[in-house]
Write a protein that binds this ligand. Sequence first.
Ligand code: C2E
Ligand code: MG
Ligand code: MG
Ligand code: MG
Length: 282
Amino acid sequence: RAKDKGKNNCQFYTREMNASIEEKLVLLEGLRNALDDGQFRLVYQPKVDLHTGRVFGVEALVRWDHPEHGVIGPDRFIPLAEESGMIVALGEWVLRTACVQNRAWQDAGLPPLCISVNVSPRQFEEARLVERVQQALADSGLAPEWLELEVTEGVIMRDLQQAVAKMAQVRAMGVSLSIDDFGTGYSSLSALKSFPISTLKIDKSFVRDLGRSSGDEAIASSIIGLAHRLRLRVIAEGVETEQQRSFLRENGCDEMQGYLFSRPLPPAQLAALLNAPAMQAA
Ligand code: C2E
Ligand code: MG
Ligand code: MG
Ligand code: MG
């Protein structure tokens, strides 16, 4: 696009780049205070069993209520938080908040749910991760079986042996692990078999065109087959249409998550959804 503008190339790029660098700086600056100011909150997206239609878990997803820029999604600030090291403090807040929330739902009499928390590579590699998880469980009173950590293939990429050892420590605590966005990273299939994980999560980029793209159908059904051969459960994210759901169900996928069933919800709305039995029908 810039090419067509001939002489204005430089100006064009400069303006764009300045804008994005400026945005980065503004967000980065804001991140420092956001945690202390209580500007982060979590929303929770149901995970549904594809065979029974029951909600068995939720994924915690962070939102930033920026005082000037409104709600900012994690894709815009998690990478900055990773780069700046802020992710360790933010991630700990997410972990603790999610555990406290899940325990509160259980105390309120909701059917027990497994809560999934996203852990980014830098956070996973941090020396005290295991200790932090243990502390979050102890302080909230949540039993480890109701917590799952979602890690991406990025975690594995950096140092396979160390990643496997860390995963084993998490598993030993009784906390589950899943691989998020599976199929988008570069982890080798041979590495997969050594991971003490319980679930593979099919990335939403492969789900989007189910029913339209035979390539994506081949990938999705292969991941389902692979997961089952490795005795893992498999969940699809980003399920938006009935067609996608039918494909997944017919191809043996175990679980799903997506706007078709529910968007990520604030805690009170999630509780209301689970108390409405009609919403739980498949
Ligand atoms: P993810 O863990 O793969 O989460 C799935 C993303 O897909 C979420 O975006 C979710 O809101 C969105 N989604 C769910 N259902 C649908 C659907 O049917 N269609 C479409 N198009 N999208 C759907 P969100 O909340 O913006 O989060 C984006 C990413 O940010 C997450 O991807 C995760 O990698 C990261 N993230 C979110 N919260 C945290 C956190 O607390 N800690 C860390 N480290 N990363 C987080
Ligand atoms: Mg996730
Ligand atoms: Mg994902
Ligand atoms: Mg993702």
